[in-house]
Design a protein around this ligand. Structure first.
Ligand code: ZN
Length: 323
């Protein structure tokens, strides 16, 4: 029997008591781009509010982040010299290793995640060693040097390694390499479901990592494939990943939810450069209420199942939450 009834209107206080999804400053990891030099802080034209910074500026930025309650960063290195195998990323004195060491020394309370890939470090802009004949990335050769890169990050003091290249078998390879070097407790956040996406455009400006030929479709996922997206993440779970990820996120919230329902691991989402730039530009032209849309977007990530949000909006969100 159905009965007609009227639902009580909740006041603001009660609405916040029963709210199902909350965004907190603790949800965020803030991406930082580091390059050599001193006193360098260059804004990226396609991503207002995002900078390439030298290490001294990164250290100042960490002070600012901590004041906002943000204690987690993910570092991307931009080397002076790029070559075919990304040597700078395999060197203890390379840009990424130097940055990790400097941050951990000055800010031991910062949680430093490191992006592990080769596209920022190679002259061809692909995520690994190129197989000249096939004109594509050589998966197994790349795995070998990925293990070396992970140990460089670990020795420098990284708190978590985040491989983003989508090579087959990468998680198992890194886990073995880290365990073998005595880093059994260093967690791995897998870019476990990473789509070949048009949303990465502005990032390639900031990281200077646009492929010089071809694209990354051979090792990134087809946006049309839902089941494959889930099985990619589950495969990384089976290989020993500690955290799974979906990247980009806005066009893939259904995938976030489905993976979340199929795993007990924490889930991260990467709110990518193109997603950020769209809101920035719409806000700049007064087409949207920027703060409101940013917060609504962050809530959608949490509602879809994200535990961690990697986002260029992190500082703005922290400021909004303080108000
Ligand atoms: Zn890459």
């Amino acid at each position: 029997m159905f009965q007609r009834f009227r639902r009580t209107r909740l006041n603001t206080h009660l609405r916040s008591l029963v709210r199902e999804t909350n965004v907190s400053v603790n949800d965020f990891i803030y991406p930082l781009f580091v390059r050599s030099g001193e006193g360098i802080k260059t804004e990226v034209t396609s991503m207002p509010g995002v900078f390439q910074m030298s290490i001294d500026e990164i250290l100042k930025e960490c002070d600012e982040l901590k004041k906002l309650g943000l204690y987690s960063i993910i570092l991307f290195g931009i080397p002076d010299v790029k070559d075919s195998i990304g040597s700078d990323s395999l060197c203890e004195h390379g840009i990424i290793a130097s940055a990790i060491r400097a941050v951990k020394e000055k800010h031991p309370d910062m949680f430093v995640v490191t992006d592990l890939c080769f596209c920022e470090y190679t002259d061809h802009g692909h995520c690994g060693i190129i197989d000249e004949e096939k004109e594509t990335v050589n998966n197994d050769a790349t795995l070998e040097i990925s293990g070396q890169q992970a140990i460089i990050h670990a020795k420098a003091g990284a708190d978590m390694i985040a491989p983003s290249g989508m090579m087959d078998g990468i998680i198992e390879t890194l886990r073995d390499a880290l365990d073998g070097a005595g880093y059994e407790n260093l967690p791995i956040m897998a870019y476990s479901t990473k789509f070949a996406s048009g949303y990465y455009g502005p990032f390639r400006d900031v990281a200077e990592s646009t492929p010089s030929f071809g694209d990354r479709a051979s090792y990134q996922m087809d946006p049309a494939n839902r089941r494959e997206a889930i099985s990619e993440s589950i495969s990384d779970e089976l290989q020993g990943a500690d955290i799974l990820m979906v990247k980009p996120v806005l066009a893939y919230l259904d995938v976030v939810r489905e993976i979340k329902d199929n795993t007990s691991l924490p889930m991260a989402v990467y709110n990518v450069s193109g997603e950020y730039a769209m809101l920035k530009l719409a806000g700049k032209h007064d087409l949207i209420d920027y703060d409101r849309v940013v917060m609504e977007t962050m809530v959608s990530f949490k509602r879809a199942g994200a535990d961690i949000i990697i986002s260029y909006h992190a500082k703005e969100v922290a400021k909004m939450l303080q108000k």
